[in-house]
Design a protein around this ligand. Structure first.
Ligand code: COA
Length: 182
């Protein structure tokens, strides 16, 4: 079992191009300016555009929650906010969490930021938190995300048929997980 109080604090993580900063109210201006564009929302199935109040509320909850860890993904060399990455749904008894990442602007897709942030957070989850399982869900048309998750070691575990509705079409959602070797 993992200490249920583990997520009272969380560290800043660094990669070669990025700084992953614990998400909180201090990110309000940058998170607002970088609200997910339509392509990013299509890939995460976010139907509703968030208001300023939604953003403020989300950042506040992220900073006090102890059943999840959220990071702002910031480009190291110029401080540009590029998105968010999270471990959520902490189950300390079964040592598992769910992973989510969203780069907010499609102009920064394909530059390796997603790979770096995912590797850093999955490594933190498995090697520092000592999670046994990390799970995620990805829609079948999001081939970029699937490629990234497979590369990092996630395996498909199941298919939710017609679980996603976007622009008048149903799509399947793939369940994936990575399981610790210890
Ligand atoms: C999915 C996401 C995290 C990937 O991050 P990224 O920085 O854009 O991707 P990377 O540059 O790290 O590339 C990841 C891999 O996908 C490959 N790739 C890039 N575009 C691709 C495409 N259209 N189809 C398939 N693979 C693709 C890359 O070549 C790379 O694989 P490689 O290392 O073997 O060459 C990012 O694009 C994103 O946040 N998208 C919007 C929200 C989203 O989809 N979130 C995931 C929800 S499950």
């Amino acid at each position: 079992m993992i200490d249920p109080a583990f997520f009272h604090d969380q560290p800043t993580l660094t990669t070669s191009q990025l700084r992953l900063e614990p998400l909180g109210p201090g990110h309000f201006d940058t998170a607002l300016a970088a609200r997910p564009d339509r392509e990013s929302r299509r890939l995460t199935g976010t139907h509703v555009e968030t208001t300023d109040d939604d953003v403020a509320d989300r950042l506040h909850r992220a900073s006090i929650a102890d059943d999840r860890a959220d990071w702002a993904i910031v480009r190291s060399h110029d401080g540009m906010y590029v998105g968010e990455v999270s471990l959520r749904d902490f189950d300390p008894y079964n040592e598992s969490m769910d992973f989510h990442i969203e780069l907010s602007n499609s102009a920064v897709f394909g530059m390796g930021f997603g790979s770096e942030a995912t590797k850093a957070v999955v490594n933190y989850g498995l090697e520092v938190v000592h999670l046994h399982r990390i799970t995620l869900r990805v829609v079948d048309y999001n081939t970029r995300a699937q490629r990234l998750y497979s590369k990092i070691g996630f395996h498909p575990e199941g298919l939710l048929r017609d679980a996603w509705f976007w622009d008048g079409e149903w799509s399947d959602v793939i369940l994936m997980a990575i399981v610790s070797e210890h």
